[in-house]
Ligand binder design. Structure first.
Ligand SMILES: Nc1ncnc2c1ncn2[C@@H]1O[C@H](COP(=O)(O)OP(=O)(O)OP(=O)(O)O)[C@@H](O)[C@H]1O
Ligand SMILES: [Mg+2]
Length: 235
């Protein structure tokens, strides 16, 4: 596979809106950014210079950071993460910079179904339900940050586990969940409740019952961030 020459995507048929199979290796997917997203000025993010610097690539940056954060738990050795899409790199294409990722494929070598496909097709049975519970246990126990846990973003691996193929990382301007594992877990628990409610596997009980504990944790996390910034500046 030629990894240096820019890839020509416009002549290829996407397998999903913005997802192409790599012409040299069908086990690899090439993901590009939605052109509408490039045009749109995201007003909510206007205060965050750092994000503006990365611009419309921030979804890629979020996924990459989580990929690296998970690998940082096993320095200097091979430690794949079966529940997260494997990122292979960034390349140039005629549709802009693109993320190269490992495809989750079914037994026939086609793109694996998502949780949404399984539920819609009546293929979400007890086996898949147990696998989803294992995915949720992993998500809560790990340090990974999740922002979009929708049924479209979980692919069903033929060996019997779910893989998150999109929606990792932190969309918030101030990275509070990255510095507070407790707040991160509270947020992920909420996302899992929403996901289960979305596929008809439970009721979304609404707002969290720990507003004071959450407020205290946010203040502590903000103080921690402030202290770290001061240390950097005064060092
Ligand atoms: N690594 C992967 N393995 C298998 N299928 C994938 C993979 N990544 C993406 N897909 C397929 O492509 C679809 C869209 O990919 P992705 O979620 O990354 O993009 P998106 O911009 O969020 O698109 P959408 O708005 O349709 O969710 C997924 O729902 C899934 O069907
Ligand atoms: Mg998606």
């Amino acid at each position: 596979m030629d990894l240096i020459s820019p890839l020509e995507l416009t002549a290829l048929n996407p397998v999903q809106k913005l997802v192409f199979r790599h012409p040299d290796d069908p086990r690899v997917l090439v993901k590009v950014v939605n052109p509408r997203f490039i045009e749109r000025r995201d007003k909510r993010d206007r205060f965050y210079q750092k994000r503006r610097r990365i611009g419309h690539h921030r979804a890629f940056a979020r996924e990459m950071i989580e990929h690296l954060a998970s690998r940082a738990l096993a320095p200097g050795r091979l430690a794949p993460y079966p529940h997260m899409q494997n990122i292979l790199g960034v390349i140039d294409t005629d549709m802009g910079a693109a993320l190269l990722v490992e495809a989750v494929l079914d037994e026939n070598g086609e793109l694996a179904p998502t949780l949404h496909d399984l539920v819609e097709g009546g293929r979400f049975g007890p086996h898949e339900q147990r696998a989803l519970e294992r995915f949720a246990d992993w998500a809560l126990a790990s340090n990974v940050l999740i922002n979009d846990l929708s049924p479209d973003n979980l692919a069903w691996h033929p060996s019997g586990h779910f893989v998150m193929i999109d929606g990792l990382g932190d969309r918030a301007g101030i990275p509070i969940r990255a510095v507070s594992p407790w707040l991160n877990r509270v947020y992920k628990r909420k996302k899992i409740r929403h996901l289960l409610a979305e596929i008809g596997m439970g009721k979304d009980s609404g707002r969290s019952r720990k507003p004071i504990a959450i407020a205290v944790a946010i203040i502590l996390a903000l103080l921690g961030l402030l202290a770290a910034q001061m240390e950097l500046l005064l060092d």
